[in-house]
Design a protein around this ligand. Sequence first.
Ligand SMILES: [Zn+2]
Length: 225
Amino acid sequence: MNVPVFKLSHVAGVSVSDEDLIADLRRVAGELGKNSVANKQYEKLGRYSSITQSKRFGNWNEALRRAGLEISNRFNIPDEELFENLLTLWQHFGRQPRRREVDSSPSTISQGPYNRRFGSWMNALKAFVDYANGASAELAEHQVEVPVGGQHKTPREPSLRLRWLVLQRDNFKCCACGASPAITLGIELHVDHTYPWEKGGETVLWNLQTLCSKCNLGKSNLLPA
Ligand SMILES: [Zn+2]
């Protein structure tokens, strides 16, 4: 099937069946390789407008449900997953995310679950910061010297709390070039091992740094100068 470059719903007099709308949602999910579609993603890849979908079925989540897809506004999401999504947003924007920003990419969870769990967006942010800062016990455990024998004492992937501490310490800026997504949206920040993990570097606060994706690629596993 050829995908037209215009949105069919914008063409006057053209009516679209429910089946067509549902089929197109499924097609986009298939293209994304996911079992859910954010309405922003659908705007890019869909044949119709996401507003057409929402209006036809009452709202976006209902359109997803009718298409047999998962909705992001689901119940009983563990706190850890809610916080992980908040850190993703904080890292993406290089600053505290705004309420409406949780409803679009790169967020995978909508406002609903945050409001249900914490009562409000501000309370959700407070709960996240409290959780992320409650790191003393975990960090004490991981504050170990680099062992001589090359055996790791820490896991390769830093925990949410450790990533938060590193990003905060570095003011959400690349330690090498100073790039910040708060100034240039689209700058992608990574938490990187200063002394490479492959060479025995541990996943501890002092051995982690914030790098943008460009500087991180340039660095690979080279030892620090
Ligand atoms: Zn950089």
